[in-house]
Design a protein around this ligand. Structure first.
Ligand code: GDP
Length: 546
């Protein structure tokens, strides 16, 4: 498998002047794709890379796909410590921009990492299968984007196959997400009758040619008004029906406003077909026009540093044993401001400890490429000697705290036991370390005298990771016993309110690892009871750890 990455733009000069940082910032776009498995994320990624002229990296995407296994295969880490659990960002150049595409793991890898990766993105692209509409994982990820105010572009994929009507898809987006979908193009036919799309900005028609599926060739473009005369092979009733739909969409009157896209109240919708490479270039241009440059939405405690001022960034992911050749831990940092230079000395804002960043990489699967410089929006891998924690801010001159990473409602709960009592000390030490690192969440029963430590995670795979790491790094084998809870709702309440709490029978009042009050619930039904019985208290499904 070839994983050679494209090199970053040659434009990075050694000058440290603010204007250089500013020009590098302005040409970067950092985003993530959110989708349900099989909607076409891998195929779209590959086609984007094709336009970015990164063919070899596209091969890496395929490689990852074939390596992705079921959860149970994951345990076979000798085979597995590869790109499917560890890739972070693919980089490509297009139209003068450096695009950083953050990798959100697929279905079987679904975990808190998937959510946290979104925290490092300036925008998200939601890929929807025309035939299936909005599926469960897309919905979960969209909600995280909405909570964090990450603007979302929509790509409705597989228009070359028969699916739902485009109007139905728009309606579903609006209904489920309370966001206004604003189509940017409109498909001309579908399935065997798919002939292209109408660009709603300029009324041109981009004609579909399946032979271009693996080439960077722009489609033939004609004006809508000339379509019938230039392309007599397109049935006139298809042109008429499409014309009626386009009129209907226009009459609905939605026009895209960048501000409304940025504040999450509108999503531009592009129809296309990743497999046949159709609509990708049009989408990419639309994306570049809309996606904000880095730095405009990073929230910080205290004052927001100028993006071009001194270096700062935050750690959004820590990955252990990434590669059998390097048995170490890698912290992934998103650069927020200033310029990163290898060997620079930074301060970890939480501990105020100074640390020299000597080992910094761009990471592609199992390949590491030493990185000398990076700019706002870039993702770097730092080999981490146990100093970093998730959510840590690293900064150069002025001490700032980027807002902490949110904690998301877990969906799996279990108690981990130490299988070999002679390894108890190692078990405790390892678990403490993993919890601190953010690999897993912890809840205690708020009332019980003997405080049983319950571990909790968004994805089941996180338990496999923790158990594997305890065994391989601390030589502490474990036992696991599941608990029936399905979600957490955090809340703030006065002592008086707490005394009056009315909880569903099967729920539990708990404290998380930061001592924050929370309720563990077994079902959506219980959740609705909780809200109904305690109308004065706000229950949250996400909280920013402090
Ligand atoms: P992922 O799980 O979201 O990464 O999905 P993939 O990119 O692996 O695609 C899932 C399946 O859908 C594969 O068999 C693809 O070949 C197919 N696929 C992806 N995009 C399209 C498309 O535009 N049209 C058609 N007909 N099939 C597609």
């Amino acid at each position: 498998m070839s994983t050679s990455p494209t090199r970053p733009a040659a434009a990075a000069k050694s000058s440290h002047g603010g204007s250089d940082v500013e020009s590098q910032r302005m040409r970067r776009r950092t985003f993530a794709i959110i989708s349900h498995p099989d909607a076409g994320k891998t195929t779209l990624t590959e086609k984007l890379l094709l336009f970015g002229n990164s063919i070899e990296t596209a091969g890496a995407v395929r490689g990852r796909k074939s390596e992705r296994g079921a959860t149970s295969d994951w345990m076979d880490l000798e085979k597995q410590r590869g790109i499917s659990v560890s890739s972070t960002a693919l980089t490509f150049e297009f139209a003068g921009f450096q695009v950083n595409l953050l990798d959100t793991p697929g279905h079987h890898d679904f975990s808190e990492d998937t959510y946290r990766t979104l925290m490092a993105a300036d925008a998200a692209v939601m890929v929807i299968d025309l035939a299936k509409g909005i599926e469960s994982q897309t919905e979960k990820l969209f909600r995280v984007c909405a909570l964090r105010k990450i603007p979302v572009l929509t790509f409705v994929n597989k228009v070359d196959r028969r699916g739902r009507s485009p109007l139905e898809i728009l309606d579903e987006i609006e209904r489920k997400f309370s966001i206004e979908p604003v189509p940017q193009n409109w498909p001309l036919g579908s399935g065997e009758d798919f002939r292209g799309f109408v660009d709603l900005q300029d009324d041109s028609v981009h004609l579909f040619d399946e032979r271009n599926s693996s080439r960077r060739i722009s489609p033939k473009v004609v004006q809508w008004s000339d379509l019938e005369s230039i392309e007599p092979s397109i049935a006139s009733d298809l042109i008429e029906a499409t014309g009626e739909e386009v009129d209907l969409v226009r009459m609905a009157g939605a026009t895209l406003e960048r501000e409304r896209f940025l504040d999450g109240s509108q999503t531009p919708v592009f129809f296309g077909s990743a497999l046949t490479n159709f609509g990708i270039e049009h989408f990419l241009h639309g994306f570049l026009k809309l996606c904000p440059p880095p730095g405009t939405r990073q929230q910080v405690e205290g004052s927001l540093p100028e993006a071009s001022s001194s270096f700062s960034g935050f750690i959004f992911k820590i990955q252990a044993n990434l590669d059998p050749r390097h048995r170490d831990r890698v912290a992934f940092l998103r650069v927020c401001s200033g310029m990163f230079q290898r060997d620079m000395e930074v301060t970890i804002a939480r501990s105020m400890k100074k640390i020299r960043l000597a080992r910094a990489f761009r990471i592609f699967g199992q390949d590491r490429q030493t990185l000398d410089e990076a700019y706002p929006g870039d993702i770097i891998g730092l080999v981490c000697p146990g100093e970093f924690r998730l959510g840590d801010t690293l900064c150069q001159d002025e001490i700032i705290h980027h807002e902490g990473l949110p904690q998301f409602s877990p969906e799996f709960f279990a108690v981990l036991g130490c299988a070999d009592t002679s390894r108890r000390k190692q078990f405790d030490r390892g678990l403490t370390q993993l919890v601190e690192e953010g690999a897993i969440q912890v809840f205690h029963d708020a009332h019980a005298k003997q405080r049983e430590m319950m571990l909790a995670a968004v994805g089941e795979l996180q338990f496999d990771v923790v158990r594997y790491r305890l065994e391989s790094e601390y030589n502490a084998p474990t036992t696991l016993s599941w608990r029936p809870y399905k979600m957490v709702r955090w809340f703030n309440a006065t002592a008086e309110q707490k005394a009056k709490l009315r909880l569903p029978f099967s729920s539990k009042l708990a404290l998380d690892q930061f001592g924050q009050d929370a309720i563990l619930l077994q079902s959506k039904w219980d959740e609705s009871v909780l809200h109904r019985e305690n109308p004065d208290i706000r229950f949250e499904e996400m909280r920013v750890a402090s």
